[in-house]
Design a protein around this ligand. Structure first.
Ligand SMILES: NC(=O)c1ccc[n+]([C@@H]2O[C@H](COP(=O)([O-])OP(=O)(O)OC[C@H]3O[C@@H](n4cnc5c(N)ncnc54)[C@H](O)[C@@H]3O)[C@@H](O)[C@H]2O)c1
Length: 310
């Protein structure tokens, strides 16, 4: 559904943006924020339940209607981005509806939280699939399009924003599957940024926090809505301005980075780097390795606390 506008203005006025999982929560906020900056938006969502079950076209449709009612342009994509067909048709939908694709926001996902000893293989596979594969396939298909554009002499200012999580950066008790997938998304982001820069593609990742159905019960206190007139710190829309900027041509030169974003805060995450080191130029015995490790740890920074750890 589109309602062509005579004049487009904003940071993304000339851009076409695809957002996965844009029917609800953060993805919906991102889609609305991109549209408010003039982007034409492909709204992908399967409308699944909080654990990935079921499905409905309603949420994606409603977001498109909201964008169109506000004078913007958007179309629904109801394909499953964890399949090659779904990822390919996401890109094809942008090209068919709007003639181009400039920005991909990988955001779709759900949770199956369990302590590791109770975590079924199915819950492991489903969460790895929606987050990690659900990032990889749209990224791959979009990147193939942008590489072809470059080879045709039309180098893009393409942008990918991936969605990690504090769980993937620091770990989170009861979320072994989710944390592993979200950590994988960070590594995928670093590789994609390094590989795709030559095709004009910038790739960054985000660890957001906001009040959505994913968090409103588990973190009820932290996510609570404020009193009337106060800043609604945990509104998903507070995360979206960073995503819109990263997804715009204005973010030229910013790639391979990980940001935390919540409320009014944006933080550059500084990840793994070499700390205290001892290289003796020869093999150690296990006992010697232990002595070295104890000495190095005494000089090393403490790791950040795993979420939910006592
Ligand atoms: N809310 C937070 O505080 C928070 C924190 C860290 C990370 N995240 C991440 O942000 C992203 C958005 O989460 P949210 O909090 O908005 O949750 P949400 O449940 O409100 O929204 C997720 C959306 O993804 C859709 N979805 C799920 N599987 C899909 C699939 N295969 N294809 C298409 N759509 C699919 C759902 O239907 C839903 O509309 C997720 O990747 C989540 O892990 C959220």
């Amino acid at each position: 559904m589109t309602a062509p506008t005579a004049h487009r203005a904003g940071l993304c006025a000339d851009r076409v943006v695809a957002v996965t999982g844009a029917g609800r929560g953060l993805g919906r906020a991102h889609a609305l924020a991109f549209a408010a900056e003039g982007a034409r938006v492909v709204v992908n969502d399967l409308g699944v339940g909080p654990d990935g079950g079921g499905g409905s076209g309603g949420p994606a449709r409603e977001v498109v209607e909201e964008i169109v009612a506000a004078g913007g342009e958007a179309v629904v994509h109801g394909g499953d981005i964890t399949t090659a067909e779904g990822a390919a048709s996401l890109v094809a939908t942008a090209l068919d509806a709007f003639g181009r694709l400039d920005t991909l926001v990988n955001n779709a996902g759900f949770l199956r939280d369990r302590m590791l000893v109770n975590l079924d293989e199915d819950d492991w596979d489903a969460v790895m699939r929606v987050h990690l594969r659900g990032h990889f396939l749209p990224l791959k298909h979009a990147a193939a399009h942008w590489r072809a554009e470059t080879k045709e002499g039309r180098p893009p200012a393409a942008r990918v924003v991936n969605t990690s999580s504090g769980a993937g950066l620091l770990g989170s008790v009861g979320q072994g599957n989710y944390a592993a997938a979200k950590a994988g998304i960070v590594a995928l982001t670093l590789v994609a940024a390094a590989e795709l820069g030559r095709y004009g593609v910038h790739v960054n990742a985000l660890a957001p926090a906001a009040r959505t159905r994913m968090t409103e019960r588990t973190f009820a206190e932290a996510m609570a809505a404020p009193g009337a007139g106060e800043f609604d710190a945990m509104a998903p829309a507070n995360v979206s301005p960073l995503v819109v900027w990263l997804g715009s041509a204005a973010s030229e030169g910013v790639t391979g980075r990980v940001f935390e974003a919540e409320a009014g805060r944006i933080t550059v995450m500084e990840g793994w780097r070499r700390g205290p080191t001892d290289d003796r130029g020869a093999r150690r015995s296990p006992a010697e390795a232990g002595e070295t490790v104890r000495r190095l740890l005494a000089d090393a920074e403490e790791p950040g606390r795993v979420y939910g750890a006592s």
